[in-house]
Design a protein around this ligand. Sequence first.
Ligand code: 13P
Ligand code: SF4
Length: 353
Amino acid sequence: MPGTPARDTLSAMSDPTTALEFTPAVEAATAAIRERLKDVIPDVEWAIHAPLIARINELKQERNATLVVHNYQTPEIFHGVADYTGDSLGMARYGADTDADVIVVCGVRFMAETAKILSPDKTVLLPDMEAGCSLAASITGEDVRRLREQYPGVPVVAYVNTYADVRAEVDICCTSANAVQVVESLNADRVIFLPDRYLGRYVETQTDVELINWDGACEVHERFTADELRGYRADFPGIEVIAHPECPPDVLEEADFVGSTSGMIRYVGERRPEKVVMITECSMSDNVAVEYPDVDFVRPCNLCPHMKRISLPKILRSLETLSPEVELDPELGRRARRSLDRMLAIGRGPGQG
Ligand code: 13P
Ligand code: SF4
């Protein structure tokens, strides 16, 4: 039948992973990564991941591409194919400095927009364009213009978990690693802080500046409760509890340390607690446990469905096809860049890795 071969060819092209097998050559090329991941990935899964990892790592060279990976990505991505791993601030800094022609962002769309704003002439790929964020979805540029009318003259800080239309309207961006420093850098008595009400409330506990908070929240961190944390302390005496500032205030009050994802990782690396629980997205404990086998991690599992849209097959497809590509109107990108550049001129907060 004349149509059949054409259909087969088309489906093979649209699924570049079909021809990949776990050969001895693949096994040898990925042996060092396998060794690192042996406690978090079972053999049956590894046989699927290894050929993808080997091919992605080859293709990165061919495309002069760099993979920027957030701490919430799964271990086979985080330890298997990343050129850089870190929090939103680290990813932004790395994306601004890299010499690569292609940046593949393994994270969510606001992170990919940050890379495109800072590197407008590079090809920025996000392996799944549907990778959103409940915080970024909670506010628009129009909302910011209305806030400015309501509070004339009050400066506006946007968490980077926002899209370019919002960043184009604000004075400065921040991440969870530098929110307090950014708010204080404005030398104002009152500041509009958006969109995360919990991060805003946490910042208020660290500064005398009065904040006008937007009402957004992270769908992953808002689910943690103070009772749950007290339960960990009761069940695991001596456990250290460390939390991300997107959690509600009563949760943060129960924590021994509050910090960005990289700040939490640094805390574990420096203090080497006997037992720890990271009150944040699920995959981070798996990634950090690989680095610190001497630390016992209690692992609650709140998954971010947006972060989990990124997978090895989608990363491979992205590199094969150089899509989906993040596109931004250049003028919007230029306007959004000012608030990011102002943030990048400010360092991390103390203890934020
Ligand atoms: P970090 O900047 O701390 O990595 O946080 C990003 C994020 O999305 C947390 O939910
Ligand atoms: Fe957004 Fe929360 Fe997911 Fe981070 S964890 S990307 S803040 S929904």
